[in-house]
Design a protein around this ligand. Sequence first.
Ligand SMILES: NC(=O)c1ccc[n+]([C@@H]2O[C@H](COP(=O)([O-])OP(=O)(O)OC[C@H]3O[C@@H](n4cnc5c(N)ncnc54)[C@H](OP(=O)(O)O)[C@@H]3O)[C@@H](O)[C@H]2O)c1
Length: 213
Amino acid sequence: MRIINVMAASLDGKIAGHSLESDRERRDYGFTNKADQEFVRHQLTTADAVVTGANSLRASQGAWQVPNHKGRCATWVVLTRTGLDPSLRFWGQSEVAKWIVTPSPDLVIPADPANRLIVIPPTENPATLIAKDLKDAGYEKILLFGGGHVNRLFYEAGLVDELFLTLCPLMLGTPAASSLLAPPLSKATHFRLVSSNNVGDLVFLNYTVNKAL
Ligand SMILES: NC(=O)c1ccc[n+]([C@@H]2O[C@H](COP(=O)([O-])OP(=O)(O)OC[C@H]3O[C@@H](n4cnc5c(N)ncnc54)[C@H](OP(=O)(O)O)[C@@H]3O)[C@@H](O)[C@H]2O)c1
């Protein structure tokens, strides 16, 4: 199983102007572009699951519904402490299996065979347990979609294998902006560059994580 972090960041390392900013808003003000959205869509065509944070899901309101090479949509794994509003479009996406991961024992999610609630001890890094469950499910390609808080959990546990980073031609500079990685990490993560290319002013970088360092 491979866990692949797929992110677009500004030149000052930010992924959104604020924590509930949607992909569409970012595209509209020139953070990302069509090529980047197509790149993400392409990644989803071979993905078994997507892992993301509650704010990212609140911002998008729902999952990307892209059938993969096995003819089904990726399972969406969402981390939350406070839960996801029942009115979110996400809950109506019947083709998307949903795993909700939380340390909150009282959390309730809509009853549906496609929905799974995973309660984890608050002292554990949820990334470790999520990775184990994904592996046990036979999943092979996992996309880690952020945001910065969820990225931190996976990098801290040494679980990320690869990073696709789209570098976007702006500096946000806003105090409320979300970061590619919300500190802290107990040690630096090192990468090896696999490829780089540009489409217009956006640079598409592919790194593998150097787990030896
Ligand atoms: N540019 C990009 O490539 C990219 C990629 C992803 C996201 N984004 C954008 O980034 C923004 C969101 O990023 P973000 O960093 O602010 O937030 P995030 O990582 O998406 O979500 C943070 C939330 O995750 C939950 N969470 C964090 N740690 C947890 C834990 N240990 N256990 C259970 N739940 C946990 C909490 O949910 P509760 O609030 O429920 O407690 C927390 O508020 C959005 O605007 C999104 O569109 C951009």
